[in-house]
Design a binder for this molecule. Sequence first.
Ligand code: NAD
Ligand code: GLY
Length: 365
Amino acid sequence: MKEMRVGLGDRSYSIHVGHGCLEDVGQACKDLGLGQRLAIITNPTVADLYLEPVERSLGAAGFSVSVATMADGEEHKTLETAGRLHGDLIEGGLDRGSAVVTLGGGVVGDVGGFVAATYMRGIPFVQVPTTVEAQVDASVGGKTAVDHALGKNMIGAFHQPGLVWIDTETLKTLPDDEFLAGMAEVVKHALIRDSELVDFLDQHVDTLVDRTIGAERLDWLIARNCAIKASVVEADETERGLREILNYGHTIGHAIEAASGFKLKHGQAVAAGMVANGKIAVDKGVLDRTTCERQEALFRRLGIARWAGATSEKLFDLMRSDKKTRDGVIRFVLLHGIEKAVSHDDVTSEEIEAGMAYARSFVTG
Ligand code: NAD
Ligand code: GLY
């Protein structure tokens, strides 16, 4: 079991990464001193697989547990779903001393965290993430949100979890496309923050693709990513500066994801966004072609980048209405090299067009 701390003063918390540790979550919640009443927020897919051991573990630790379920899928990451879950919490008798446990991928974590942030003006919550995306990224850092018809993650709150409990064994049941899509954020973390991790990926990417990586290396990979994310969040909890680098690939990525009607997975769209950013950075003369090719080689081997069949005009509209846009200027994080991610507000429409055209042809081969 690996343990890391996210140091945020009175909002500090631990991240635990282990293989087969799901049944220990109850004791960990008890050690945290959570109130007696808990609600597990999950979806039917994850509930079928993992609700029983989590419920049993929490019950054995003395908690009184209710379960609130949301439908599976990004299309259900809405204010309406959050409202229904608030109702389940009220009916479950949760009060200001109670807490939420989110069990699932990034969608359940984001919605469940948002529900915890807003229920009775905020109650504690614990993240039990079960996808790569959620284990390496979404469960750490306290961004909670729901989507709006006019934009992704438009309604949300910063609300840090009290604990992140990661059982990497849960990834065994994750479909291959979900497992690999989550690796987009791993590549992102490596490129913006950790050259050793880039070397690791160069060496082991094929074992990720065929999923023979093994428990020990997988645990190491997940924990390393949590540590990277934690270090950025500790330095800039509410994205006033440094945390912006975590948006690498997300400017175009979010637009592609939305343009696909959320049919594309987050990681697939973000991977395409990173490829576009690579071209933009090389065109601007801030990134060398060799580093850009190293990024592309990883995405070629992972095979995850996807594009949506949308016009550039539509994608520009979506980018302009994204919350990363400030005063009408579309902002980009560009690599100036490995571990050198820099925010830019000087990318021209022509450069964006060229980046998107390049990524589109990269994706379609
Ligand atoms: P997801 O939550 O939709 O999960 C993907 C699919 O896998 C779902 O069908 C889910 O039910 C299923 N699933 C989950 N765990 C499983 C398991 N162990 N075995 C089998 N199936 C399982 O998608 P995701 O990729 O985990 O998360 C994407 C979401 O995360 C997006 O909404 C994105 O915006 C958000 N996100 C948030 C942050 C943040 O900082 N808050 C960061 C990155 C992404
Ligand atoms: N996933 C981006 C962030 O947490 O800031």
